[in-house]
Design a protein around this ligand. Structure first.
Ligand SMILES: [Fe+2]
Length: 243
């Protein structure tokens, strides 16, 4: 009997081809199909790039893909774009509970405010988002899927961004206290991170083209380092936080 395996990945930044490349790599190494992919934000909801890749060039994903939003999305058009490309990727609202095989994952897109370029209006995590999550009882949730992470985990700040406070959103700490999840997966900080704290295993994922995590239905978590080539983004897109 096939085991159910979920591929967790983060920070696509419009390099949509990386998702299929990592699916193919995972399936080759597991010897069985991946049941679904979950993107932990910064998928790259930008109208021109989505249109070019999925409509003009007619690409599609090999397996069902779900996601939460990060900060590097067009937040002004997010609702419209997630509806328009729902055939490509299923976007999950903050506070939604999503099934990953036998596991129930609480979804929390968005990020802590950093600056006007990297944190567009609408991406910040609010007290209302936290309330939507706390409406669930702890036994409804096995794990948390977020873009940013709780504060105080010791995730190192990004190089050249040391002038920001320590990484993490303090509002997320209430979720750890309420749910005591078995796992907490996040992206955003562009580095691998692995910490066991108060019964929760916190795992930070790097950019999608660096590697991914497999979550097996028996509860094993596998960290996979696998590089996929990408085009380097133009300097002005990087400057404007578009990639
Ligand atoms: Fe991000």
């Amino acid at each position: 009997m096939n085991r159910e395996t979920v591929l967790l990945i983060s920070d696509i930044h419009t390099n949509y081809h990386v998702i299929n490349a990592q699916i193919e790599h995972a399936e080759e190494s597991c010897g069985q199909p991946i049941s679904q992919v979950f993107v932990l934000g910064d998928f790259g909801f930008f109208g021109d790039e989505l249109h070019d890749y999925f409509r003009r060039r007619q690409n599609s994903f090999l397996r069902p893909v779900f996601c939460i939003e990060g900060n590097h999305e067009d937040h002004g058009a997010l609702q419209k774009l997630t509806a328009k490309y729902a055939d490509v990727v299923s976007h999950l609202q903050r506070g939604a509970v999503h099934s990953l095989g036998p596991w129930k994952g609480l979804c929390m897109g968005g990020a802590r405010y950093m600056d006007i370029l990297s944190t567009p209006r609408g991406c910040e995590i609010t007290a209302d988002d936290i309330d939507a999550c706390l409406a669930h009882s702890p036994d409804e949730v096995d794990l948390v899927l977020s873009h940013d992470c709780p504060k105080g985990l010791g995730v190192p700040g990004a190089l050249e961004l040391e002038y920001y406070d320590a990484p993490g959103e303090p509002l997320l700490d209430c979720l750890a206290e309420h749910f005591h999840p078995r796992w907490w997966f996040f992206g955003h900080h562009h580095r691998w991170f692995d910490l066991q704290k108060d019964g929760t295993r916190y795992m930070g994922l790097p950019q999608s083209w660096v590697g991914y995590v497999l979550l097996h239905d028996g509860g094993e978590v596998e960290i996979v380092h696998h590089a996929v080539p990408i085009e380097s983004p133009s300097w002005w897109k990087r400057m404007l936080g578009l990639r």
